[in-house]
Design a protein around this ligand. Structure first.
Ligand SMILES: Nc1ncnc2c1ncn2[C@@H]1O[C@H](COP(=O)(O)OP(=O)(O)OP(=O)(O)O)[C@@H](O)[C@H]1O
Ligand SMILES: [Mg+2]
Length: 276
């Protein structure tokens, strides 16, 4: 037997796992970014009349519109499977819209990749897998700043001011945190790019009512700094209570749209979506 572990007959000898030419041949999951066009007008961020689904699958969204204006919180509610997350992903460029458009600050960004939308100022916290559990809290925040080439220590301090518990736990693996604290990491991570608009998909999922209230308070605080927030919420009543604009989605379509107050007062919306 050889002393060196590298000279005996162990290990993979099948070279087909490598690519000798040294050039990737895979097609990227997301098509390359296309051009944008200034069109002006309209809300600050809008997914306008979006129709589309996943890959070559059937349409999930049918002429669906969601939007948020400067200084506002817009909330999307609706039953499970209604397409709320799909609509958010469409706005972020994670699925092809077959018709309709996405515009940010007057610019048509329908053909941009998600990465380029981040560069344009979109911050997105997806519903699931929104943190790196094996990395520390601080490493998660650093990852959030990946597109920045400037000094981001001030932004990190701002995130720690907003979520003091994260500063306390900054050297702990994020996976060891409670549900509510993980959501704070996810929101903090998104804030690290200094976005112009923040998109949150169910930021209070799986947390206790007390933690939910606290997260809502923090979200309102973020909105008051002037950052528009477009968010999906399953706690419809509480979310509509803080919403400037509300959307009820059903089967990929806009069922009701109005101010948060209007929707909370609407007998049909109350009966069907708010438990009476
Ligand atoms: N990655 C995917 N590939 C194919 N179909 C998907 C995918 N994600 C979701 N869907 C389908 O799209 C539809 C809408 O799902 P979506 O997750 O957008 O609903 P939702 O309103 O966010 O629901 P929930 O309240 O449970 O989060 C469902 O029929 C779902 O099965
Ligand atoms: Mg969802």
């Amino acid at each position: 037997m050889s002393d060196s572990p590298y000279h005996d007959d162990h290990g993979n000898k099948d070279a087909t796992i490598t690519n000798k030419a040294g050039m990737g041949t895979m097609t990227p999951a997301h098509r390359k970014s296309g051009k944008t066009q200034y069109v002006g007008g309209g809300p600050f961020l809008i997914g306008d009349s979006m129709t589309g689904g996943y890959g070559k699958g059937p349409d999930i969204l049918h002429d669906c519109t969601i939007a948020v204006d400067k200084g506002e919180i817009a909330v999307i509610v609706g039953p499970n499977g209604a397409g709320k997350s799909t609509a958010m992903k469409a706005v972020f460029g994670m699925l092809d819209v077959r018709s309709g458009s996405v515009r940010l600050d007057g610019e048509d960004i329908t053909n941009l990749s998600p990465q380029d939308r981040v560069v344009k100022g979109m911050g997105f916290v997806p519903q699931t897998s929104n943190i790196f559990t094996s990395m520390t809290v601080e490493e998660n925040l650093e990852m959030g700043a990946f597109i920045r080439t400037d000094d981001f220590s001030d932004t990190m301090e701002q995130v720690y001011d907003l979520f003091p518990i994260l500063k306390e736990k900054r050297n702990q693996p994020a996976g060891e945190l409670s549900g509510g604290q993980r959501q704070q990491v996810a929101v903090g991570r998104a804030l690290m790019t200094k976005p112009k608009v923040l998109m949150l998909d169910e930021p209070t999922a799986g947390v206790s009512p007390i933690v939910m209230d606290e997260l809502f308070d923090r979200i309102i605080e973020v909105a008051r700094t002037g950052l528009p927030i477009l968010m999906v919420e399953q706690n419809a009543r509480q979310a509509l209570a803080i919403a400037d604009k509300g959307y009820v989605l059903v089967q990929g379509q806009n069922a009701y749209t109005g101010t948060g107050k209007e929707l909370l007062a609407d007998p049909e919306v109350r009966k069907s979506f708010l438990g009476g």
